[in-house]
Design a protein around this ligand. Structure first.
Ligand SMILES: *Cc1c(COP(=O)(O)O)cnc(C)c1O
Length: 386
């Protein structure tokens, strides 16, 4: 076995596609202690700067006093704590849905929700750039996967209109695409779903906490929330915690409780983790200046990087892809930036299509104006030295 695996690893290294890790010893929102050195972090998904907020850690220790840490069993056996239900009620109230269900991670949410909703006799229409966890959920469901070109509504409509014997049709999309930072056309998706009798599921992983009048997500921002059957989102990005949710009707949640295998057959989240998420959601709602700050910083950084002549698409999200083409070039730039104290990890295939390796720069509310200026200046130097 080792020989076969080692030759696969050698091949990856040859192609600059080998993935290595860097050990984090500490983080303070904008900064990260990486291999013994503090550097500015421009690649985390901690958009609101909440992951290291002491109020989350305090919520954890409060929740743990008197009841320990682990949940001990799945929710349906004896691991269903009051903190889980309270968080679900908070999320449903924030999302203005009848109900919500907690999952242990976004990956598990997508795997469980899709598998619970569709099966062999069904079709799932999936954007080509959807997150890997959505793709895996579709594979797990055994439904027929129909991928449409990124955000191409005409192509989606052609697939939906084609003759089919499918029992159910499900359209699923990221609302903010995780590696490109662009936005799905939700209003058009709602129209197509209705026209062709399809269900619509959205993944708000990178929009929850950032977009909409109250920060509930892109569905809120576009006024489409009421037309979407399943709103999934994570608690691991802007929320700065861990876990994920499905929000929608009570019937949907009742169905998931009884059919989503990634809820039924897994140990419940430690209740203290749910308590941290509750505190983070509370802060998110109470401190709108955080999302205003991150969106303004993102607009500044995006336009400054574009002015340098880098290949950066226009957009409005804190995910700013700097296209570099080859995996080798992305790695070289990433190392050069890190040498100068700016941490942006290289994103390479198969995470993104071949030939589109990039630096995925992300901004958080914790970055200062000086941090942003230093990031731009460092990119300028790396570019000049290439
Ligand atoms: C990160 C991400 C997930 C997975 O969420 P985790 O909580 O990290 O497992 C799912 N969907 C999208 C679009 C994501 O970006």
């Amino acid at each position: 076995m080792n020989k076969a695996l080692a030759s696969g690893i050698a091949l990856l290294k040859d192609r600059d596609l080998w993935r290595s890790r860097r050990t984090v010893a500490s983080q303070q929102g904008r900064k990260i202690l990486l291999d013994g050195r503090w550097v500015l972090n421009f690649c985390s998904n901690d958009y609101l700067g909440l992951a290291a907020d002491p109020r989350l850690a305090e919520a954890v220790s409060r929740a743990m006093s008197g009841r320990g840490f682990g949940a001990g069993a799945s929710r349906l056996v004896c691991g269903d704590f009051d903190e889980h239900a309270a968080l679900e009620a908070d999320i449903a109230s924030f999302k203005k849905t009848e109900a919500a269900l907690l999952f242990s991670s976004g990956y598990m949410a997508n795997a469980g929700i899709i598998q619970a909703l569709v099966g062999r006799d069904d079709e799932v229409f999936s954007d080509r750039l959807n997150h890997a966890s959505i793709v895996d959920g579709i594979i797990l469901s055994r439904a027929v996967m129909k991928r449409y070109p990124h955000n191409d509504m005409a192509a989606l409509e052609a697939l939906l209109a084609a003759g089919t014997t499918a029992r159910r049709k499900l359209i699923v999309t990221d609302t903010i695409f995780s590696m490109d930072g662009d936005v799905a056309p939700l209003a058009e998706l709602v129209v197509l779903a209705r026209r062709y009798g399809a269900w619509l599921m959205v993944d708000e992983a990178h929009a929850f906490g950032l977009f909409g009048a109250t920060g509930a997500g892109l569905a809120e921002e576009t006024g489409t929330a009421g037309e979407i059957d399943v709103q999934m989102g994570t608690l691991s990005k802007a929320v700065g915690s861990f876990g994920a949710y499905a929000a929608g009707s009570q019937v949907l949640v009742d169905h998931l409780w009884n059919n989503a295998r990634s809820v039924i057959y897994t140990t419940a989240l430690p209740p203290a983790v749910a308590a941290a998420s509750r505190e983070a959601v509370r802060i998110m709602r109470a401190e709108p200046q955080r999302r205003q700050r991150v969106l303004a910083s993102a607009a500044f950084l995006r336009s400054a990087l574009r002015s340098l002549g880098l290949e950066v698409p226009a957009g409005c999200t804190p995910i700013i892809p700097v296209q570099l083409g080859s995996a080798k070039r992305a790695l070289t730039w990433s190392r050069a930036l890190l040498d100068k104290g700016i941490f942006v990890s290289a994103i390479r295939p198969p995470t993104v299509p071949a030939g589109t390796a990039r630096l995925r720069v992300t901004v958080t509310a914790a970055h200062t104006d000086d941090d942003l200026a230093l990031c731009v200046e460092t990119f300028r130097k790396v570019m000049a030295n290439e």
